[in-house]
Ligand binder design. Structure first.
Ligand SMILES: Cc1ncc(C[n+]2csc(CCOP(=O)(O)OP(=O)(O)O)c2C)c(N)n1
Ligand SMILES: [Mg+2]
Length: 365
């Protein structure tokens, strides 16, 4: 029997040129910039407990980023990469999938790992490359990986994880398990050949994978306007015969709902989905970058008004699930037993290696 010719098409005697922007995808948003909900919009079904966990993870990541950026400037760690302004994209999506689903990260999704329970000690072990680091100190800071958290180890070459995710998800399907793979990447990484190979393979093999693109406007100093001529990343899915969702990456409810739907499609319909989350990298690319050389303060200010943490905080406050002081940084009046223990251990360490520390400044005798 003859095989069907793909694609199926019709014949026309009229010459048709398809316009360059035949597909224009709107951005799904539930929470407006002021933290109120669009009229008639249906929020995802999120319990108070889950909402507070999502919020405290956002607060934790913001603090971690700030402190670790400073630690790099003080010469304590060699490198760091902040996710300032993009916390809702990683945390909202990680919250919408199951713990057993595999996460493959690019490098700016520490929020997803923290949401899964990676502790502050585990972050420190990796960032300081010590013997307790799960990667045994072999990697640069930020290249996290944890089998216990179903979080594949990060690798630096852009796009690596995209075809790997297609293959891993296909394996999940062949094994007949009920889990999917969520793979994160930037809009810059979507210019790599691996992006096209990965999406095409996943679409053809109907692998249960969620391709989650964080479109944060920049690939280091290159703005999105110099990276591609099309309507962003989402319409590319159409070319591969894949479903797509464009979502406001600074709206944690929209991200959650979009990812939940993508997971349903991946597992119930049995198809991959491409999500494009629109956001902005509010910090420099990494500790090696200074954004003042390629963008204006005014542009940054526009995005500060769309801050995902403040937007969620406003909603939680209006709902009565947090109070103003809950949103503020929590500090102890007096040191806890664990803090006292850690202080003694630090002093002993400084006494042992006095030449490595300004010991008098630290008040260690
Ligand atoms: C194959 C490859 N080319 C270049 C680089 C250098 N590089 C590291 S991050 C980056 C920008 C990536 O931008 P994007 O994917 O948008 O992610 P973002 O940093 O904005 O989160 C580049 C060019 C690399 N790591 N790998
Ligand atoms: Mg980018």
């Amino acid at each position: 029997m003859a095989k069907e010719i793909t694609p199926k098409t019709t014949i026309t005697s009229e010459l048709t040129v398809i316009p360059a922007h035949a597909v224009n995808i709107p951005m799904f948003q539930l929470l407006k910039e002021d933290g109120t909900v669009h009229k008639g919009a249906v929020l995802p079904d999120i319990s108070k407990e889950l909402a507070l966990k999502m919020f405290s993870t956002m607060q934790f990541i913001r603090l971690l980023d700030e402190r670790m950026f400073a630690a790099q400037r003080q010469g304590r760690i060699s490198f760091y990469l902040s996710s300032l302004g993009e916390e809702a994209a990683s945390i909202g999506s990680a919250a919408a999938i199951q713990f057993e689903d595999m996460i493959m990260s690019q490098y700016r999704e520490q929020g997803a790992l923290a949401f899964r329970g990676f502790t502050v000690e585990e972050f420190m072990n990796q960032l300081f490359s010590n013997e307790r680091d799960l990667g045994k100190g072999r990697q640069m800071p930020v290249h996290y990986g944890s089998a216990a958290h179903n979080f594949m180890t990060i690798s630096s070459p852009l796009g690596t994880q995209i075809p790997q995710a297609a293959g891993y998800a296909y394996g999940q399907k062949l094994d007949g398990n009920k889990n999917c793979t969520l793979v994160y990447f930037g809009e810059g990484a979507a210019s790599e050949g691996d992006f096209h190979a990965g999406l095409n393979m996943a679409a053809v093999f109907k692998a249960p994978v969620i391709f989650f693109c964080r479109n944060n406007g920049y690939a280091i100093s290159t703005p999105a306007s110099e990276q591609f001529a099309g309507d962003g990343i989402a319409p590319r899915a159409t070319g591969y015969g894949m479903k797509a969702i464009r979502v406001d990456g600074n709206d944690i409810f929209a991200v959650y709902k979009a990812t939940q739907e993508a997971r349903r499609i991946a597992l119930e319909v049995g198809e991959p989905v491409l999500i494009e989350a629109m956001s902005y990298r509010m910090a420099g690319h990494s500790t090696s970058d200074d954004p003042s050389g390629y963008r204006t303060k005014e542009e940054e200010q526009q995005w500060r008004n769309k801050d995902p943490l403040l937007r969620f905080q406003k909603w939680l406050t209006a709902k009565g699930w947090i109070t103003e002081d809950k949103a503020a940084e929590q500090v102890y009046d007096t040191p806890t037993d664990l803090q006292k223990e850690q202080l003694e251990a630090l002093k002993a360490h400084i006494r042992k290696y006095p030449e490595a520390y300004p010991a008098t400044a630290a008040g260690v005798k």
